[in-house]
Write a protein that binds this ligand. Structure first.
Ligand code: ME8
Length: 635
């Protein structure tokens, strides 16, 4: 079983930022998971080094483009190393062998009269390295990035892309998983409703010398995209393992910014070459900072090194995969990252491990106790059922196969939540019955062993550290996923090795060292922290009395409340089910934000929000010192 996955090859005009890290981490998660499932994986990343953009960056630094590219690639390689990226190869478009293959492909298309010369008049956007027609540009600017375009009039070579328009539409329609997510597929089909032009694939050397010369006319170099896209194929010829046939790729992973070039330019080129198309193209969403595009000139460039140095590599990997459903856009915020570290990593996962190991140390002399099945209970079988067995493996595999990282992690954290609840509620350390204590501790330790396997693709160091602390002297990645998630792998009598705290808690408030970008991204730059009294007055805060409370089925966190606010009874959904049982809420006087836009949570309408504060352990709702009437305004 083979699996070939690629990231885009990144331009070397600048250093990589969190957006580049995002795609690369996602590709790494899939690669690690596939390897665990027994696939032989070829995971390719690399750099795109030709073209006007890189040429310009080199000139600005007083270097030749080649010197500039050579000096930049370690920025990528070092970041991937620091992020524990397990790529099998790193391609550079300046590699001799890549250049040779690009030239062979161009020659073939030219010989078959699929590339022709004609005069060209149009507009070029340097940052996007894209041509646009007169009709497409907007007020002299690129319709995509909004920056000024250059007018170009010259004799050029064209790839007859238009001839493949109908074939491509048919292919996309017949292969519904070719372009994902579905919204992106529909965008591409929408784009293909308009006539597709031919693709200008050359630049005269006197205008741009930094590119691969056309084999049939050395006065021209090839358009950077044609060179770049071929990397996915050329790498299979000189960088892939075992000298086997690796084309077509199973998965191209990229950002939505370059979906057209991949789904239209690359697909039609492959059709013209009579080559198979990649099996899947997945375009993920875009990270912004405070709603704005990230760039050095805007000063909101998020440098992954800074966060890895502060919080550790796995916290950053986890945040990127957990915070935003893959496919959607997200806004990067340091505060959100810190919250995730404290809640999901320190509180949920970290506590579960330290709690389990410390009880084993105290009550079982640091040895994994045996499992005594006859004393099973409901909670235990639920944990067991969720973690191991073919149904769990299938459910997880389907989420991973559809790149639903966010949901895959929620699935695991839901189980971690249940295990923490189990640890707390069976209060094992107070239990007199030795068998029940052993049984509970075995369930927690064995559950953690399996959790470590599930999280390994996302957080390889953490997964392995959990195994080490459980006393397992094996490497997770030397096992097969389906076998290793079978219940019972942990041997009784194993000596545990309590080690470092997995995720120390971090300060959630804005830190002085946070750059402007991060503070702003949390919407809390100094200026923004202060509001006027008029702005405060916009909030309609009312005293409410809770009349009715019930848990929302299938939700761990939500409770549905009926709140009397004097004039009416409001339905409000609150995320407090882990801190309160519904009965104890009845009769409490709370503060309700009564003019909040209504929202649906797990399909239940909520009209307002009750105020509460979080401690390390629980969420506590705000109430009043003395009796106040429902409906009174809170000022
Ligand atoms: O386009 N949010 O290179 P590039 C999410 N060389 N992902 C982001 C991002 C952001 N803000 N910024 C960058 C090129 N990315 C070409 C590709 S491929 C044959 C040639 C990620 O350096 C995302 O994967 O501009 C995006 O598609 C890619 O980096 C663009 O990298």
């Amino acid at each position: 079983m083979k699996f070939y996955i690629t990231t885009p090859i990144y331009y070397v005009n600048d250093i990589p930022h969190i957006g580049h890290a995002y795609t690369t981490v996602a590709a790494d998660v899939i690669s690690r998971y596939k390897r665990l499932c027994g696939y032989q994986v070829f995971f390719l990343t690399g750099t795109d080094e030709h073209g006007q953009k890189v040429d310009k960056a080199a000139k600005e630094r007083g270097k030749t483009p080649r010197e500039h590219a050579d000096s930049m690639i370690d920025n990528f390689k070092n970041l991937w190393k620091k992020l524990n990226i397990s790529n099998d190869a790193f391609i550079r478009t300046t590699d001799e062998r890549h250049i040779k293959i690009v030239r062979e492909i161009l020659q073939k298309l030219f010989d078959e009269e699929k590339i022709k010369s004609r005069s060209y008049s149009g507009w070029y956007c340097v940052p996007d390295e894209r041509f646009w027609t007169e009709k497409e540009i907007m007020g002299g600017n690129c319709p995509d990035c909004g920056r000024p375009v250059e007018h170009i009039e010259e004799e050029n070579y064209f790839f007859e892309m238009s001839k493949y328009q109908q074939q491509l539409i048919k292919y996309i329609e017949e292969n519904p998983n070719y372009i994902l997510p579905e919204t992106r597929k529909n965008e591409v089909l929408g784009f293909l409703e308009k006539p597709l032009g031919d693709l200008c694939i050359s630049r005269p050397k006197e205008r741009l010398s930094w590119g691969i010369p056309l084999p049939f006319d050395e006065n021209y170099v090839t358009y950077v995209w044609l060179d770049a896209l071929v990397n996915y194929y050329s790498a299979t010829k000189y960088l892939a393992p075992n000298g086997e046939e690796w084309w077509p790729a199973d998965q191209h992973l990229l950002g939505k910014d370059i979906l057209t070039t991949h789904s239209v330019y690359w697909s039609t080129m492959l059709m013209a070459l009579d080559m198979p198309l990649p099996k899947k193209i997945y375009a993920h969403g875009w990270w912004t900072v405070n709603g704005e595009k990230m760039s050095k000139s805007r000063g909101n460039f998020v440098d992954p090194h800074e966060f890895i140095n502060k919080y550790g590599v796995d916290a950053v990997r986890y945040f990127l995969m957990r915070e935003v459903p893959f496919g959607l856009d997200g806004d990067f915020s340091a505060i959100a990252l810190r919250r995730r570290i404290n809640s999901d990593l320190a509180n949920d996962l970290g506590n579960l491990l330290s709690r389990t190991l410390n009880i084993i140390k105290k009550y079982r002399e640091g040895k994994i106790p045996p499992e005594i099945d006859s004393k099973d209970n409901e909670m235990k079988s639920e944990i067991k059922g969720l973690l191991s067995g073919p149904t769990s493996a299938r459910a997880f595999d389907s989420l991973m196969g559809n790149l639903q990282f966010h949901y895959a992690l929620s699935f695991i954290w839901n189980i971690i939540g249940k295990m923490n609840y189990y640890a707390q509620n069976s209060a094992p350390w107070r239990e007199k019955d030795k068998d029940i204590l052993s049984n509970t501790l075995y369930t927690l330790a064995e559950g953690l062993r399996i959790i470590a396997v599930y999280i390994y693709p996302f957080m390889p160091e953490t997964g392995q550290e959990i195994w080490n602390q459980l006393g397992i002297n094996e490497k997770i990645d030397e096992n097969k996923f389906k076998e290793v998630i079978e219940w019972g792998g942990l041997k009784p009598d194993t000596n545990i090795k309590i080690g470092r705290q997995l995720f120390p808690r971090v300060e959630e408030k804005i830190e002085i060292s946070d750059k402007g970008a991060m503070a702003e991204s949390a919407g809390l730059s100094e200026e923004k922290q202060l509001i006027s009294i008029e702005e405060f007055a916009k909030l309609d805060l009312r005293v409410g009395e809770i009349k009715h409370a019930e848990r929302i089925e299938k939700s761990k966190k939500l409770i549905k409340l009926k709140v009397d606010i004097g004039t009416e009874e409001r339905q409000v959904v609150a995320g407090i089910a882990e801190s309160y049982i519904p009965e104890e809420l009845i009769g409490k006087k709370i503060i309700l934000v009564s003019n909040l836009k209504s929202a649906k949570l797990m399909g239940v309408e909520s009209k307002g929000m009750i105020l509460a504060a979080g401690t390390n352990e629980r969420t506590v709702i705000a109430t009043f010192e003395a009796d106040v009437k429902p409906g009174a305004k809170v000022k």
